[in-house]
Design a binder for this molecule. Structure first.
Ligand code: PEP
Ligand code: MG
Length: 583
């Protein structure tokens, strides 16, 4: 490749790492569908193309269904069965054939328009069942269009060759399904640093760059792409020279990460002997291996909803119990904090209970939804309680906005305990109950909450979003979205002070805890427990082991006097640079 063909694109770095590979355009198949007229003598060819895409989609589903049946995923296989059924519907066969002939346009365009009209009709229906059917249609439509546009595969779980995934946007369930053996990196047009997609990518260790404008790439696929998740640079058609440079950079990065990993057996303790507790945020079961490898002291936050996000049917008590028990057993002597389902916001998943809301982050999300869906909630609580018989477990409630919600949720825990007692099922009677502090009203009344629960966990991702009134997933607003805002620093201090007063442990589990620039500040503010994505454990531990608590407290005192986020960021950057230069 010559230098003049090399294209440099700049995006936001989301997850570090260097990847070199072939691009795969995920969901691009549905975007920018061209519209053109087809000469009469070519119409039959278009009809054939449609039927062959339909057939290929059927074959995909059949083989996926067989695989799921073999793996015991009978519910998921049944859903695919209903998709196969929909594909036999006259709407998908004869009516579509007729539309192609009548309109005289290219098949993708006719198909997409028909599906679009169908979607409009469905959207007006409020019945949950029909809305779920719309999702089925969208899923099928994506698959067929993928085949029409020669995109072989339609879900990230099915990708079979090593690729760099380009997408307009990814959903948390897309990312949850992503097969890390073959996905080298993500490049998206939109997506913010603390979105759930970003959290998931970091948990999986997939380099990720967002906010990349790649309008023309879908037309001619370049053979090679480089993604630098540290700087946010994406290079299309790299020259041999650039490739060699980045291969070397990639090797250096791997050596750097390997060096950090060796800190696994070391204590998370400052140079002057202040011991902290460093635990992990977990979304997937296999992250527990990373937790052990890096010496994480238990699970500080298990985002339970991720296990089930890609599913349509809500998991049974038994199924949940088996998962929670495996986590508790695998974590061993350390505690596992299981957060009850935090569904809503950008985590809509495929659950039947997900409702359309204009403003989902301020709507029926997390504990609010669970307090409405009591059967689902109690089923989960019973499953967690049962797992508590196998090791230390904490139950954590997300998005508590005041003590009444906490009381209501605790009452359900009591009911679930009673039910288990009556059946003679063992569980830990004194199981700890915690509140997430991620809504400003909870932060301000944390003294009241602390009296009625056993621990507090500060979720800065949402706390920033709700305090500064900026959508955490909106990159256009990211200039306002920062945990360095003095209001956030003060709130963390307030919660830690109140927690200490009430003798209730306080941890920080938002992404700020995994950002090494913030580690000295958090320790200096009095935070003792940090819960971070498992791949970040070594980076944070490394900083803890190089700072002194006395210096960290001085830094925090100084930061508390500052007036703007920019000043706070500058001071933290400077302290971090100094720390790096000193070692
Ligand atoms: C948070 O809001 O900081 C948090 C940890 O929860 P989540 O990112 O899952 O919303
Ligand atoms: Mg949150």
């Amino acid at each position: 490749m010559s230098k003049k063909n090399e294209i440099h694109l700049q995006g936001y770095p989301i997850c570090p790492g260097i990847a070199i590979g072939r691009p795969f355009y995920f969901t691009v198949a549905e975007e920018n569908i061209p519209e053109f007229s087809v000469p009469d003598d070519q119409i039959e060819k278009e009809v054939d193309r449609y039927y062959s895409a339909l057939k290929s989609s059927r074959m995909d589903l059949l083989s996926l269904q067989q695989r799921l049946q073999k793996e015991g995923g009978n519910e998921a296989a049944a859903i695919l069965g209903s998709h196969l059924e929909i594909m036999r519907d006259p709407f998908m066969t004869v009516q579509m054939e007729e539309a192609i002939r009548q309109k005289g346009k290219n098949t993708e365009y006719v198909f997409k328009t028909a599906i679009g009209e169908y979607e409009q009709k469905f959207r007006k229906i409020t019945d949950v069942f029909f809305r779920e059917r719309l999702k089925d249609f969208q899923d099928i439509s994506r698959r067929i269009i993928g085949h029409l546009r020669k995109h072989e595969r339609c879900t990230l779980a099915e990708l079979t060759y090593r690729s760099i995934v380009f997408a307009h946007e990814l959903s948390p369930s897309d990312t949850a399904e992503a097969n890390t053996d073959v996905i080298e990196a993500f490049v998206t047009r939109s997506g913010a640093e603390t979105s759930h997609v970003a959290i998931m990518a970091r948990a999986k260790g997939i380099p990720f760059v967002s906010n990349v404008d790649f309008p023309s790439l879908s037309i001619s696929a370049p053979p090679q792409v480089i993604v630098d998740g540290r700087s946010g640079e994406v290079i299309i058609n790299p020259t041999e020279e650039t490739l060699a440079l980045f291969k070397e950079e990639g090797n250096k990065f791997k050596i750097h990460v390997k060096g950090l990993k060796q800190s696994g057996s070391l204590e998370a303790e400052t140079v002057d002997g202040y011991k902290t507790r460093l635990s992990a945020n977990i979304e997937m079961f296999n992250e527990l291996d990373t937790l052990h490898q890096y010496g994480g002291e238990g699970v500080g936050l298990f985002r339970s909803e991720y296990l089930f996000l890609a599913r349509d049917v809500f998991p049974s008590e038994e199924e949940q119990f088996l998962v929670y028990r495996s986590i508790v057993e695998k974590v061993g002597d350390h505690p596992s904090v299981i957060r009850t389902f935090d569904i809503g916001g950008d985590k809509l998943g495929n659950f039947h209970m997900s409702r359309y809301e204009k403003n989902p982050y301020l709507g029926c999300r997390a504990i609010r939804l669970m307090l409405k869906e009591r059967t689902v909630f109690k089923t989960q609580i019973r499953a967690i309680l049962r797992a508590s018989a196998f090791g230390e477990v904490g139950i954590l409630f997300p998005m508590i906005s005041g003590v009444l919600e906490l009381r209501e949720a605790k009452a359900i825990v009591e009911e679930a305990k009673q039910e288990l007692l009556e059946k003679g099922v063992p569980f830990a009677r004194n199981i700890s109950i915690g509140c997430m502090i991620e809504v400003p009203s909870a932060a301000i009344t944390c003294d009241i909450l602390a009296k009625e629960c056993d621990f507090l966990s500060i979720g800065t991702n949402d706390l920033v979003q709700y305090s500064l009134a900026v959508d955490r997933g909106n990159p256009a607003m990211s200039y306002l979205y920062t945990p360095a805002h003095p209001s956030i620093v003060r709130m963390i201090k307030m919660v830690v002070d109140e927690g200490n007063l009430a003798e209730k442990p306080v941890s920080v589990c938002g992404e700020i805890a995994a950002d090494p620039r913030y580690t000295p500040l958090l320790l200096g503010l009095g935070v003792h427990d940090l819960s971070v994505s498992s791949p970040s454990l070594p980076v944070v531990k490394n900083v803890i082991r190089r700072i002194s608590i006395i210096e960290a407290r001085k830094l925090a005192e100084h930061v508390l006097t500052l007036s703007t986020a920019i000043e706070v960021e500058e001071v933290l950057e400077e302290a971090y640079r100094k720390l790096q230069a000193d070692t």
